[in-house]
Design a protein around this ligand. Sequence first.
Ligand SMILES: [Cu+2]
Length: 316
Amino acid sequence: MPLSHLAACEGRQSVLNPAGRDAQDVLGLIWVMFGGALLLWVLLGAIFVYVTRVEPREMPRRWGEALIIGGGVIFPVVLLGALLAYSLPMMAPQRAAEAGLKVHITAEQWWWRVDYELPDGRRITSANELRLPVGRRTGLVLNAHKVIHAFWVPALGGKVDMIPGRETYLSFQPEKPGVYRGQCAEFCGASHALMAFETVVMTPEDFAAWLKAEAADAAPPASGEAYRGAAVFAREGCGGCHTLRGTQARGQVGPDLTHVGSRKSLGAGILEMTEDHLSRFIAHTEALKPEVAMPGYDHLSLEDLRALAAYLKGLT
Ligand SMILES: [Cu+2]
């Protein structure tokens, strides 16, 4: 592993490197709690040194009682009360869903359904990548299909469980354009560690342009090879599980592929989006993601796999 990967504090998936208001608040809370714990540790150490080294003789009973009541009851109540008073008001804004864009995210095994709900009620379906406008607060409505998962983009905000049959909420106000990694943070089965996604924070203008492109139907094949790929897609029945808006493919089992080629990563954050990786993922799905619901298509010829990859990469 390259050393740079070990420098987790500098990463794009770190609470110590906040890129949004909510993550900034969480980091503040971390430092306050760390400071409080340090203070307590020093205080206890001092008392320990005092009673073992400085004054090891038995203490008068009145002193002992005062120490128990003061140090064991009053002090923790005051300290924990202050921490509670400091941290509670932070919770509401982290979950506030303001008017404006709302994104519904449903955790599947092991990928993410992502559904943008515009203020006028229109929905735009995507998958495995979240895009957000910088400087605005976007509400996230979280859900899960079969088992509990947890949604976490450390650089942007807190972590919240995703529970089948029960909506939970989070909201982000990103402050720096960039790409931040998110990861499922609750064990959800064999491929739990392979369930990540990129969050792309864009300027409001770029975001509006992206959203408009994302709302469009799938692009028709633009080359001979892509054309052949579209035919393989239809012949192999990929559309039984995947949707390509504007075509016969209307499956709901797997991720929406209408604009799969424009995503930064493939297979829920496990591979970079390239044609090579696409053909590898399609041929060896189960080897790359244990227990995945998509069968591997390793019986396809290399030409068919390449054509499929060219077609899908062209769906931007
Ligand atoms: Cu998980």
